[in-house]
Design a protein around this ligand. Structure first.
Ligand SMILES: NC(=O)c1ccc[n+]([C@@H]2O[C@H](COP(=O)([O-])OP(=O)(O)OC[C@H]3O[C@@H](n4cnc5c(N)ncnc54)[C@H](O)[C@@H]3O)[C@@H](O)[C@H]2O)c1
Length: 278
């Protein structure tokens, strides 16, 4: 998708962090944006920032874990613009804690958003994109957590490894079908956003969380605070990758040594290396 000017982009998780900055970066590139999120106040704030940047945002309250709400996001986007060229399946949440004390609610909440949210986005938008014809691009936000596995991170890692695999299969399927729809998978390391406070939007009925989550929080907060790139940097790198039709988007090059170490463990059939600093 070389030319972003005049295109229509839909972004989930657009009320905060990376999603908000993607919206601003796309508007600066002269795209029209549709913003989806569960956080209405945050959506309104992003829409105000978009207006300041000289763009117009259509906002749709949307819980990506609910297929009917993602269908509605697609229906409203197509009603308004007649086409969608860029879909950013970006909404995501995280939880921490040892695997065996992870609650069923942790699994349901995180997989419902991080995995099924992306599935719902693909199911709602890709058939319409194929039908509209011409170039389009789907960008799924995974994480470096989709390429490595660290202690205390099973739910999030399972979700993000799934997004990487889902994106790779989608890429192949769209090529085999002869479409001109590209795919990218965004895999950032730590970025200082609202991700450490993901529970702010957690539904009451899924609120039971890992009793040992708090043990891991200081490590996460420290890592987020020391993130070398801002959400705006990540958005810029991502939009550039879309322009260049690049599938794997790894904004933090230093983390590649950890990815390599995991790949080496697999290829050498060595037991997994603990990639956290001890
Ligand atoms: N911040 C990081 O260090 C980091 C690193 C790698 C990947 N990511 C991924 O980046 C993406 C964006 O996260 P962020 O870091 O900007 O965090 P963030 O918390 O700032 O933004 C996430 C957004 O998702 C929204 N959201 C939560 N539940 C939702 C739901 N059910 N439906 C729709 N929207 C929902 C939140 O309201 C929020 O606006 C996520 O997929 C996250 O996993 C983040």
């Amino acid at each position: 998708m070389k030319e972003i000017d005049g295109k229509v982009a839909v972004i989930t998780g657009a009320a905060s962090g990376i999603g908000r900055e993607l919206a601003l970066e796309l508007v600066r590139a002269k795209a029209s944006v549709v913003l989806g999120d569960v956080d209405e106040k945050g959506l309104a704030e992003t829409a105000a920032l978009v207006a300041e940047a000289g763009g117009v945002a259509r906002i749709v309250t949307c819980d990506v874990s609910k297929p009917e709400q993602v269908d509605e996001l697609a229906a409203r986007s197509y009603e308004q613009f007649g086409a969608v060229h860029l879909l950013f399946n970006n909404a995501g949440v995280g939880v921490l804690g040892p695997t065996w004390t992870t609650t069923l609610e942790d699994w349901q909440w995180v997989l419902g958003i991080n995995v099924m949210g992306v599935v719902h986005g693909i199911r709602a938008f890709v058939p319409r994109m194929i039908q509209q014809g011409g170039p389009a691009h789907v960008i799924n936000t995974a994480s470096v957590a989709g390429l490595v596995s660290i202690p205390g991170n099973s739910v999030y890692a399972v979700s993000k490894h799934s997004v990487v695999a889902l994106s790779e299969c989608l890429y192949h399927d769209l090529k085999v079908a002869g479409t001109s729809i590209g795919v990218s998978v965004l895999c950032p390391a730590y970025v200082n956003t609202g991700i450490g406070d993901s529970a702010r939007n957690r539904p009451q009925e899924l609120s039971a969380t890992n009793p040992h989550a708090a043990d891991y929080e200081p490590m996460l907060r420290k890592a987020l605070a020391s993130g070398r790139l801002s959400a705006a940097d990540v958005a810029k790198i991502t939009v550039e990758a879309v322009r260049n039709d690049r599938f794997y988007v790894l904004p933090h090059p230093k983390i590649k040594s950890s990815i390599e170490s995991r790949m080496r463990d697999i290829l050498d059939e060595r037991n997994p290396t603990n990639l956290l600093p001890t």
